[in-house]
Structure formats: structure tokens, C-alpha cells
Design a protein around this ligand. Structure first.
Ligand code: ZN
Ligand code: ZN
Length: 82
């Protein structure tokens, strides 16, 4: 059925969008700072505006930014230093 495949495509699009969105969003822990637990309004914030906690780690090799919970770079596989 055409309708069913349309619905499947719709869900696939939604899934892809949410995955893409999570790449730019460095805040884990449901939008709260992992250190001071305050809610961070700016989803693309790189530091907590309340306590200054660093929410992002930068790869030394390729300079790609990752959420602070990441241990390895998803682009080059390099170890991320905190
Ligand atoms: Zn904080
Ligand atoms: Zn890298």
C-alpha cells in the first residue's frame, strides 16, 4: 500500500531529524547542566551559563566538537581529552 510506505517515510524523516538535532545539542541530562543541575535554555550552549561547566569537548586532531560525555571522536576516532 502506498499510504503505509508514506507513513514509514514520515517516521524515517522524523528519526533522521532527531539524530541530526542531537549532534548539535551538547547538553545531555535532559537539557540540564550535569554539574549544577540548572536548566539550560540555549540548546546549543557550549558552557553552562550558571556554573561555567564545559558541555563540549573538541577533538585535538580534527577539531570536531562533541558532547562532554563522548570519549572518542566520531569523525577520526581520536581520543577526546576533557
Ligand atoms: Zn551548571
Ligand atoms: Zn576527530
Amino acid at each position: 500500500m502506498g499510504l503505509l510506505s508514506d507513513i514509514v517515510k514520515m517516521f524515517e524523516n522524523m528519526f533522521n531529524k532527531s539524530v541530526k538535532g542531537s549532534v548539535e545539542n551538547f547538553i545531555t541530562n535532559n537539557g540540564k547542566c550535569p554539574k549544577c543541575k540548572k536548566k539550560i535554555a540555549n540548546k546549543k550552549a557550549k558552557h553552562c551559563p550558571n556554573c561555567g561547566f564545559k558541555l563540549v569537548v573538541t577533538c585535538n586532531k580534527c577539531k570536531k566538537e562533541h558532547p562532554h560525555t563522548a570519549k572518542y571522536c566520531e569523525i577520526c576516532g581520536g581520543r577526546l581529552r576533557k
